[in-house]
Design a protein around this ligand. Structure first.
Ligand SMILES: Nc1nc2c(ncn2[C@@H]2O[C@H](COP(=O)(O)OP(=O)(O)O)[C@@H](O)[C@H]2O)c(=O)[nH]1
Ligand SMILES: [Mg+2]
Length: 476
């Protein structure tokens, strides 16, 4: 088959074994043999590395500070809704703002207005998260779709408030359906307000966060049903995700109470949606906690739904995993540690945690030893200490030569390699399948080229595997 690139199986292309792997294997600038890690953070004297560090910086992930409130109509919109103190703001600060989970206990003020957080790390991880105040659509005196008196309209982007609500309190009928204090009014079924249309109409996903430790759930689930109904009526293609958050602490020491909690919530929501005659809607449920990786895993799955090329990415990962006899391969957004895609074998939390933790190790070690000292001899990582600049540190610590191998005591190997701006491929493989590292590197290079082609396509372009014809991936 005519091809410019081929993925070889490490065991089946012995002619490549003698190839010195100078392009892909980066020299290790320090010896960390004691820990069993080889962090290929690059040659400090390598001018290319210096150049790429600064160029990465210039295209640095631009996460606007929370509350930046700048709508970006070009970015898919994810809505974070749910009752007060269910953990919406914590989730987004922990996942995208690098806040430690414990800090959320004392550093977060109640969200007063809609806060927009733009996440634009690379072509595969770009979206905006709208963090709503807990009141939205529920606890307010009138359960109106959008109440400019209750909510600070100046905080909303013009696109969200361009059309005033068509329904006044008069033409919202009070169902007195027992939610809260009994005077909560909802729209007649089937009607969509202009403001609902502007909030939900342009959104790609609705994440409704529930506090699992705040029983009983009846009130919250009725509100969830109502918000979902309005969202789906305004936008039938919106993805609906429910984060059952705070599944940690004494109440959820084992898995069983978590699964019971999820089952009860799913059942009740399904019943209520059926009762409300909501058109067919698929609701995905996730058990999350900001104190472990579950919230990253859940958010990853939501973000994956925004990636139009996901099936092709998965196929590429499948080919790589098969040809290199790997156990698992994740494509990570380095800045958020969300995984954008993986091969089609099931994800187990332990593998995900290992691979995700590896990113931290690489960034930490590379931040200290891998960044070129400035002219005064201080390391860049030591110079910049405020929150925003820490993000720059991260970008400087990760470039196109970033690579690392960690050998685990159980005979497995974790292998991380840069495959795009702030994108890492993290593979889990058996050590016996990692003997021909140069060949694995060659195959990952093919993966990287295919990925680059995919990312260069505009979202409107239809992507199918035939569009990758000239990067023919075949098993020899
Ligand atoms: N135990 C536990 N507490 C959480 C979790 N997520 C958030 N919290 C706490 O819940 C409180 C309210 O969080 P916040 O993000 O302000 O809620 P919001 O009103 O929905 O934005 C804070 O004290 C957080 O520390 C979680 O996963 N587990
Ligand atoms: Mg909040």
């Amino acid at each position: 088959m005519a091809s410019t690139s081929t993925i070889f199986s490490p065991d089946e292309a012995p002619e490549l074994l003698s190839t010195t792997d100078t392009n892909n294997d980066i020299s290790v600038p320090y010896d960390n043999g004691d820990t069993g890690e080889e962090d290929d953070v690059g040659d400090e004297n390598n001018p290319h590395r210096r150049k790429s560090s600064s160029s990465s910086s210039s295209s640095s992930p631009s996460m606007h500070s929370l509350g930046g409130r700048s709508d970006r109509p070009d970015l898919p919109r994810i809505l974070l809704m749910g009752p007060r103190r269910s953990g919406k703001t914590s989730i987004q600060r922990v996942v995208f703002g690098k806040m430690s989970p414990h800090e959320t206990l004392f550093r977060l003020e109640p969200t007063q207005t809609v806060e927009i957080n733009v996440v634009e790390h690379n072509p595969l991880c770009r979206f905006q998260v709208w963090d709503f105040p807990g009141d939205y659509g529920g606890d307010a005196p009138y359960h109106r779709p959008f109440d400019p008196i209750t909510y600070d309209v100046t905080a909303l982007p013009p696109s969200a408030i361009s059309r005033p609500p068509r329904f006044s309190v008069d033409n919202i009928h009070d169902t007195s359906n027992g939610i809260g204090n009994g005077n909560i009014a909802t729209l007649p079924p089937g009607l969509v307000s202009d403001s609902d249309a502007s909030i939900f109409g342009n959104a790609r996903a609705l994440i409704f966060v529930i506090d699992a430790q705040d029983e009983p759930y009846d009130h919250v689930l009725r509100r969830l049903t109502d918000v979902v109904a309005r969202a789906v009526r305004s936008n039938p293609t919106i993805s609906v995700e429910v984060f059952i958050n705070k599944v940690d602490g004494e109440l959820f020491l084992s898995d069983e109470p978590k699964y019971d909690c999820r089952r009860d919530i799913m059942q009740q929501v399904a019943d209520e949606l059926a009762e409300a005659e909501v058109p067919d809607v698929h609701v995905a449920y996730y058990l999350t906690s900001i104190y472990d990786h579950s919230v990253y895993e859940a958010f990853s799955k939501c973000v994956q739904k925004l990636v139009p090329t996901l099936p092709t990415l998965e196929e590429l990962a499948n080919v790589l995993v098969t040809t290199c006899s790997m156990e698992k391969a994740f494509l990570f957004d380095v800045a958020s540690k969300l995984y954008i895609s993986t091969d089609s074998t099931p994800v187990d939390m332990q593998s995900y945690e290992l691979c995700s933790d590896m990113i931290d190790v690489v960034l930490d070690v590379s931040g200290i030893y891998g960044v070129k000292p400035d002219i005064e001899g201080r390391r860049v990582g030591e110079m910049m200490r405020n929150a925003e600049e820490e993000e720059d540190d991260e970008v400087a610590a990760y470039d196109n030569e970033s690579s690392s191998v960690i050998r685990l005591s159980n005979g497995m190997v974790l292998y991380l390699k840069e495959v795009g701006t702030m994108l890492a491929l993290v593979c889990l493989t058996r050590s016996e399948n990692f003997k021909k590292k140069s060949l694995v590197n060659y195959n990952i290079e093919c993966f990287k080229r295919a990925l680059k082609m995919l990312m260069e396509k505009t979202p409107e372009d239809s992507i199918d595997s035939s569009s990758l014809q000239h990067v023919s991936l075949h098993n020899t």
